[in-house]
Design a protein around this ligand. Structure first.
Ligand code: SAM
Length: 276
């Protein structure tokens, strides 16, 4: 049996139970150290004395939920994040994808859309956009709304542009957005083939067969059992030779499903589904 040595840990576990039973958001098997850190921040910044007080508030006031989700889900992202990953997608994966008449791509844990737009722009540059449906999913409704809007602070564009160039971009990033005041608005045509959807890797099922799943910097927040669950979903969604891309700090090496994948571009954490 698990022992709790701190009152705070008891409170955290009770809060996570409460969130699950009241709202069906299941953070119970997320990595505890990160959840603890983030709930402490929430407690301090919301000016409440204890985690139990947070629980009381969120149980009785649904307006508290989005506020708490902002702390519980990490939203750090950037366009063409880790340019080497997107360069490998362009140079090594795209030639395979070009052999398919139609494609389905799943960006799981898409946050505010930076990863999604990176894929759509890359696919447009490579002549694949028209035959592709992109599924962009996340559990945070505010992040999904931002992804649908495609609006970013102008001071982020320099980094996005540099990443795009390093990812082997064939166009200028500025071809794809309009800027005004302190914002950049990405071209609405980039969303033509995109389906945005609320989907949890922890509680939901697979919704179709995909040729590529990109799930970057999401599973680092999960414990081993959840990581296995998520990879199990990707295994189910991918046919033989389908591709799975993970974040720089993530690996399939310790997964229960490791045998169902082979390294495709090892240094960029891109895997290919085997026949098993
Ligand atoms: C650090 S962001 C990663 C964003 C993007 N994939 C990237 O690498 O730039 C992590 C995202 O995972 C989402 N997330 C957390 N738990 C999830 C779950 N159970 N199912 C789907 N997405 C989840 C969060 O809401 C957040 O948007």
């Amino acid at each position: 049996m698990e022992t709790f040595d701190r009152i705070e840990d008891i409170e955290i576990r009770l809060l996570l139970e409460a969130l699950y039973h009241r709202y069906h958001y299941d953070f119970r098997n997320y990595a505890m150290s990160s959840i603890r850190r983030r709930l402490r921040q929430a407690r301090e910044q919301m000016g409440v004395a204890t985690i139990s007080a947070l629980q009381e508030a969120v149980l009785h006031d649904p307006d508290m939920l989005p506020k708490l989700l902002r702390y519980l889900t990490v939203q750090v992202s950037e366009m063409f994040r880790d340019p080497g990953y997107f360069r490998a997608i362009r140079e090594k994966v795209v030639p395979h994808l070009k052999t398919y008449p139609s494609l389905k791509i799943w960006i799981a844990g898409c946050s505010s859309g930076e990863e999604l737009y990176s894929f759509v722009i890359l696919f447009r540059e490579e002549g694949l956009e028209e035959r592709t449906i992109f599924y962009a999913t996340d559990i945070n409704p505010d992040a999904l709304a931002q992804a649908e809007a495609g609006v970013y602070q102008v001071d982020r564009i320099r980094l996005f542009t540099e990443n795009h160039r390093r990812a082997g971009g064939r166009t200028s990033l500025s071809d794809h957005y309009r800027s005004g005041y302190d914002r950049c608005v990405f071209d609405r045509s980039l969303r033509r083939n995109v389906v945005f959807s609320d989907h949890s890797l922890v509680t939901d099922q697979v919704f179709g067969e995909m040729q590529l799943v990109s799930c970057r910097n999401v599973m680092i927040y999960f414990d081993r059992s959840l990581q296995d669950r998520a990879v199990g979903l990707f295994r189910e969604a991918l046919p033989r030779n389908g591709f799975l891309g993970l974040g720089a700090k993530e690996t399939l090496r310790f997964s229960r499903h490791a045998d169902a994948f082979r390294d495709f571009v090892r240094e960029e954490k891109i895997y290919q589904r085997t026949g098993t």
